[in-house]
Design a binder for this molecule. Sequence first.
Ligand SMILES: C=CC1=C(C)c2cc3[nH]c(cc4nc(cc5[nH]c(cc1n2)c(C)c5CCC(=O)O)C(CCC(=O)O)=C4C)c(C)c3C=C
Ligand SMILES: [Fe+2]
Ligand SMILES: [Fe+2]
Length: 320
Amino acid sequence: MTQTKFGVLLVNLGTPEAPTPQAVKKYLAEFLSDIRVVDTPRLLWWPILNFVILPLRSPRVSKLYKAVWMEEGSPLMVYSRRQQKALAERLPGTPVELAMSYGKPGMKEPIEKLLAQGVTKMVVLPLYPQYSCSTSAAVFDGVARVLKFQRRLPSLSFIRDYATHPAYISALKASIERSFAQHGEPDRLVLSFHGIPKRFVAEGDDYEQRCRDTAQALTDALQLPSGKIMLTFQSRFGREPWLTPYTDETLKGLPAQGVKHIQILCPGFAADCLETLEEIKGENREIFIHAGGERFEYIDALNDQPEHIDLLQQLVTQHF
Ligand SMILES: C=CC1=C(C)c2cc3[nH]c(cc4nc(cc5[nH]c(cc1n2)c(C)c5CCC(=O)O)C(CCC(=O)O)=C4C)c(C)c3C=C
Ligand SMILES: [Fe+2]
Ligand SMILES: [Fe+2]
């Protein structure tokens, strides 16, 4: 009889290997070729991607990566590795691998490493608190793509999301309360989530609802008056309408309404990355201050905070 051997696969988006135009181009080419992310018909998308998007975007975005790059590498990779290590320390005897949907180490090598260690049950945890077809479902595709070439499949648990998990909400709450204690209570607490095209939601993606579920659970947990918390969407890409209100437009309008002190948190990002550090902590601070805002405080992602590792541990061990 085979004994069950558990293994954990953490998965995040992926990031370039270096903050250079060539490395960013390679990463974006893989990421933006996934039909889960951009679903424009391939024949139309291929020339746009290769002749317009990649040549124009890669040099510009590589400068943004340079601005947030850490000594050990890209922030997303650095924090994800720390999460992997901290979770592995909590689970002696259970291998924990980190995979990325795009770029290195990809999906194949980490899954094969788990199987080579005799894992018979794999718990897959996409590090996206709110489900979206563009992220969580792409992880599912990646797992299936790799397992397609295995003769012996492991049992699988796929954690769809954890938007209202009590340990997630209490980790966010603790972070916010620390920030309030350090800087005072702001006029508004802004929760900025990565956007997606509105069309994805119309076609059945429940991402917007899951973001609202998180915001509601946090509002209840913090016991703040409902007008104090705002939900916005960042990182718009392309021409079609994305989820609104947009973070940048909202922040630009706040000072004129008398809102001069904000704190901002990105609950949809398990790890700090380009989108939080450059776009929110950098660019959106500028927008707010330029519009007449006075105090802007960015609240770090949960990264490798002990409360976050508690959450990851609870999420995976409930499947053991
Ligand atoms: C093109 C469409 C995109 C969709 C849909 C999308 C959804 C989505 N993304 C994240 C999380 C992250 N995105 C990050 C970067 C990033 N995202 C897009 C595009 C879409 N994202 C691009 C083109 C980029 C790269 C930067 C740029 O060129 O502007 C990152 C950061 C990666 C890093 O290296 O730091 C994360 C994380 C979520 C959660 C999401 C849907 C809910
Ligand atoms: Fe994105
Ligand atoms: Fe961005």
